[in-house]
Ligand binder design. Structure first.
Ligand SMILES: *Cc1c(COP(=O)(O)O)cnc(C)c1O
Ligand SMILES: [Zn+2]
Length: 399
């Protein structure tokens, strides 16, 4: 052991039961995800705007609120926040409520392996290595597999990636290039998750599935810290986020709670918008039906592979966070994503993933409906690069 672990305890997000972070932990006995807790009063003393000025431009700059393992890092985080003026103008045309003027795109496609999955994997793999994991395994809809395979390679650990047979080919190739073992199944990410759960004990795998270990959230929450820094010590009014497993949404809301406890912000919160695909929208359905939990979404299908998560484990957390922040949930059809993606690329020079493009379509719908006001500052998350989605974009050129 080097320094003692700065994570004081792991706490169940549903029942509050506590777990020891010094040993390997996955879900609570009640079946729900665990969240890492820190000494925030201690963190606050050194995590200051002054100190941040001189820190490395990766997410590890927020060391006090991350597990303090030696980082397995590829330079993730501190992605650009682009003021999307031309996109604003385009959305504002014929918009009865006046359109938008403060629209920004956080371009997560510039992370290692081309998606924000790198954020979660740098912290999860660093911790797993420190805990003595022998092999890492995860089900994936696409980008999580590529990121896990890359960070496992950087850590010198073997990885097993289980993915649907129709996952975008770039994701299959990158996993193979990183030296991971790839298992393809005829099914969805939920079936891949079952496969990992059934094999992990016998094979000695450390399960890095979404929310089934506590540290991917920790890496992803840094998107919230970065927004605070990039907006000069405040947060935007609205955050529009393409939601699959929900790690980013849960992570950012956790970051805001930590920031409030450290006195950085008050009780105000950005209104969080979960964007899903019409072909796989369990959270939108639950939101519209005023439910606390989501039902499994049958026959899920969408080109936005990262949104093809029919039964997310974080449903309770996501729905309560949307409520708490006065947010909303909205679904976008695949064709609308493709059209919006061409708009984002041709107006702003950002070639996004269909998931990221979905937030552009959602912003337009919410502006048209007057849910977003002209004066609101709005952040869209382009969660991945468009370069990995050649199958989807080939379709776009035909529509
Ligand atoms: C995984 C993924 C998502 C969904 O992310 P969550 O934080 O798990 O909801 C969105 N977009 C892309 C490109 C992804 O790879
Ligand atoms: Zn519990």
């Amino acid at each position: 052991m080097t320094k003692p672990l700065n994570v004081i305890e792991l706490e169940c997000s549903a029942c509050g039961k506590k777990y020891d972070p010094a040993t390997e932990q996955h879900l609570c006995t009640c079946g729900r995800p665990l969240l890492a807790r820190y000494d925030l009063m201690g963190a606050k003393a050194t995590l200051t705007p002054e100190n941040l000025k001189t820190r490395p431009r990766t997410l590890w700059r927020y060391a006090e609120v991350l597990p303090n393992d030696p980082p397995v890092s590829l330079g993730e985080g501190m992605t650009p926040l682009v003021h999307a003026k031309r996109l604003c103008a385009s959305i504002s045309i014929r918009c009865p409520s006046g359109g938008l003027e403060n629209l920004y795109v956080k371009d997560e496609g510039l992370n290692p392996t081309g998606s924000f999955k790198a954020r979660g994997m740098t912290t999860a793999v660093s911790r797993a290595k420190q805990l003595g994991a022998k092999a890492l395994a995860a089900p994936t809809a696409g980008n999580a597999g590529g990121a896990l395979a890359a960070y496992a390679a950087a850590a010198g650990l073997p990885a097993v990636i289980v993915m649907p047979a129709d996952t975008p080919s770039a994701n299959v190739m990158e996993c193979q290039a990183f030296g991971a073992k790839v298992v393809k199944l005829n099914g969805l990410i939920s079936d891949c998750g079952k496969y990992v759960a059934e094999h992990k004990d016998r094979e000695g795998w450390y399960d890095v599935s979404t929310l089934k270990e506590p540290y991917r959230i920790e890496g992803k929450k840094t998107m919230g810290y970065e927004l605070w820094e990039q907006f000069g010590g405040k947060l935007p009014d609205v955050i529009i986020y393409p939601t699959g497993g929900g790690v980013g949404l849960i992570g950012m809301c956790k970051a805001f709670d930590e920031m409030q406890e450290m006195g950085w912000i008050g009780t105000e919160r950005p209104r969080m918008v979960a964007v899903q695909a019409k072909g796989c929208a369990p959270i939108v359905r639950a939101w519209e039906a005023h439910e606390d939990s989501a039902q499994f979404f049958q026959n899920a299908t969408t080109i936005a592979s990262g949104l093809r998560v029919p039964g997310p484990l974080g449903d309770l957390l996501m729905l309560s966070m949307l409520r708490r922040t006065n947010g909303t949930a909205i679904a976008v059809a695949d064709n609308e994503m493709l059209r919006a993606g061409r708009e984002l690329a041709s107006l702003e020079g950002i070639f996004g993933a269909p998931e990221g493009a979905a937030t552009v379509a959602a912003a337009r719908l919410l502006a048209m409906a007057g849910w977003i006001q002209r004066s609101d500052s709005v952040v869209l998350f382009n969660t991945g690069t468009g370069y990995k989605y050649s199958e989807a974009w080939q379709r776009a050129l035909q529509v």
